[in-house]
Design a protein around this ligand. Structure first.
Ligand SMILES: Cc1cc2nc3c(=O)[nH]c(=O)nc-3n(C[C@@H](O)[C@@H](O)[C@H](O)COP(=O)(O)OP(=O)(O)OC[C@H]3O[C@@H](n4cnc5c(N)ncnc54)[C@H](O)[C@@H]3O)c2cc1C
Ligand code: FES
Ligand code: FES
Length: 499
């Protein structure tokens, strides 16, 4: 970081107290909680969102209601704590008694070295707050982002089931068993919290603001901030931070000006406009999974979102960040490409729309202009059938070796429309154009399916890396195409079989 940096004055609620810290803008929430405030129960292991040892419950107002979500504090900028409530593992035991989750983990011998345990406790805490009666799948999903190298998870899952049993027995008192008493008044306190995030903000000698962290509260404020900062090359946007903060931690890559888009309400819209679903770039993957509008009109997008990272990552990562980051395996971008989405790009000069298929230019190279943001994504609602597939070594917290979305429609057994988007096969998410052209108008018989699969496997210059050799990827492409097309033909029983 340059010498002339801001220091941020952050005020938030930590367990049962209100705290204030003044820190440089590149600090993470974990550094504040452990380093500045001395609560060392929250652990640090990977610093890149993979292990979950640093998980805390972050309480934020959403539509005026307080919602706690599990987040990886190692990749959460400290500035994001401002005006929020954080519950850490230290905030659970009361009156000398362990919290019900801690007690059940202990009773089920679900703790060995204990390094992962605080993170597991906090992930389960957020699960049970939202859903006191989770089934086995929900328990597994809540724990996807928490790595334990000792226990093998059997005892952890048994402990979670025992907590569910205790809550069922408690009936109407269940919430009181989970939520600490001091949090009862927190919704009102957060609503009443009106203090803006302050920074030491005297400008540099040349009149530009000090390097640091900027939090515009509207698009208008964003354009003003960018104008004050001056050179867009000195600026990076941040939304969920699940990519940006990994770079900050691992590469110590903190830009001169980090501009936080998360408080801009215009980026959080989700609405249907005729035959189009307009999705604000700031919606998180969890938002997509929980939205009834998405469930009703584009359930495939929720299914693709569910395959991203872990619960903690989905709680912060946004669709806009996923597209802008331009990773070849970005699940959100691949899904939207298959759905023929258009981007709404906004800058101080106005707005433009661009088909997503024209956005990517090369590896991590996009058509986004300096100072331009992705404001929203527009997805046409059609009568096509959609299917998303992701092949990865692990079902969760793993990038795709190959991913794909097929959007297609048959008429009288012939392909009336087919669009196939792939991730992991090129330097950016890409369409299998030749395969789609081959399929157009053809009767979808077994021979056509095999020919299309062979064509798709030859269509891309696949490369080998840690996620699979080029030959393995070609085999996956074939498998995906057969799976998609056989599903379309109604031969679901063929789909699980690897060709
Ligand atoms: C442990 C872990 C596992 C993951 N697993 C997966 C996975 O399985 N699949 C997958 O696809 N991704 C995965 N990711 C990455 C995924 O979380 C991100 O790509 C996420 O979607 C980015 O959104 P964000 O809001 O966090 O972006 P940020 O990190 O805030 O920003 C990412 C980039 O986008 C830019 N940006 C953000 N918002 C905008 C905007 N509105 N307009 C213009 N530019 C913008 C930023 O400047 C930055 O360059 C994983 C990440 C982690 C840490
Ligand atoms: S330390 Fe591993 S996810 Fe934060
Ligand atoms: S108990 Fe050792 S890592 Fe989980």
């Amino acid at each position: 970081m340059p010498d002339t940096i801001q220091r941020l004055q952050i005020a938030f609620f930590l367990n049962d107290r209100e705290v204030r810290v003044t820190v440089p803008p590149d600090r993470t929430a974990l550094e504040v909680i452990r380093g500045e405030l001395g609560l060392t129960g929250t652990k640090e292991t990977c610093s890149e969102g993979d292990c979950g040892a640093c998980t805390v419950a972050l309480g934020e107002l959403a539509d005026e209601l307080l919602v706690y979500r599990a987040v990886n504090s190692c990749i959460l900028p400290a500035a994001r704590l401002h005006g929020r409530h954080v519950i850490t593992v230290e905030g659970l035991a009361a009156d000398g008694r362990l919290h019900v989750i801690q007690q059940q983990l202990l009773d089920h011998h679900a703790v060995q070295c204990g390094y992962c345990t605080p993170g597991i406790v906090m992930s389960l805490f957020c699960l049970f707050l939202q859903r006191p009666d989770p089934d086995e799948a929900a328990i597994l999903e809540a724990l996807e982002g928490n790595l334990c190298r000792c226990t093998g998870y059997v005892t952890i899952r048994a402990a979670a089931r025992a907590v569910a049993g205790r809550l069922a027995a408690a009936g109407g008192e269940a919430r009181g068993l989970i939520l600490p008493a001091y949090a009862a008044d927190m919704e009102r306190r957060l609503r009443a919290f009106g203090e803006p995030l302050r920074a030491t903000d005297s400008p540099n000698a040349d009149g530009r603001p000090l390097a640091g962290y900027h939090v515009p509260a509207s698009l208008w404020e964003l354009w003003r901030t960018l104008a004050r900062v001056g050179d867009p090359a000195r600026t990076r946007f941040i939304h969920g931070g699940t990519d940006v903060m990994v770079a900050v931690n691992i590469k110590r890559d903190f830009p001169e000006h980090l501009v936080d888009l998360s408080r801009i309400p215009e980026l959080h819209v989700l609405l249907r406009e005729g035959d189009v679903l307009r999705i604000g770039a700031g919606l998180t993957f969890t938002d997509l999974m929980e939205s009834t509008l998405v469930a009703d009109h584009l359930p495939v997008l929720a299914r693709a979102a569910a395959r991203i990272g872990s619960r903690q990552v989905r709680n912060r990562g946004t669709l806009g960040g996923n597209i802008a980051n331009a990773s070849p395996i970005a699940d959100g971008a691949v899904a939207l490409l298959g759905l023929d989405a258009r981007l709404v790009l906004a800058s101080a000069g106005g707005e433009r729309t661009l088909p997503l298929e024209q956005f990517y230019k090369g590896y991590k190279d996009t058509d986004r202009q300096p100072g331009e943001i992705i404001r929203a994504v527009e997805v046409p609602l059609t009568e096509c059938t959609h299917q998303y597939l992701k092949s990865s070594k692990r079902p969760a917290v793993d990038c795709a070796s190959v991913s794909s979305l097929c959007s297609a429609r048959l008429e009288d057994g012939r392909v009336a429309m087919c669009r196939l988007a792939f991730g992991g096969v090129a330097v950016y998410p890409a369409l299998a154009r030749q395969t789609a052209a081959f399929l157009a108008g053809r009767a979808l018989d077994a021979e056509t399916v095999r020919a299309a699969a062979d064509l798709a496997a030859a269509e891309f210059q696949t490369i080998g890396d840690v996620r699979g050799s080029a030959a393995y990827r070609r085999a996956l492409i074939r498998h995906h195409v057969i799976h998609h097309l056989e599903s379309l033909r109604g031969n679901a029983e063929l789909c699980g079989r690897h060709p």
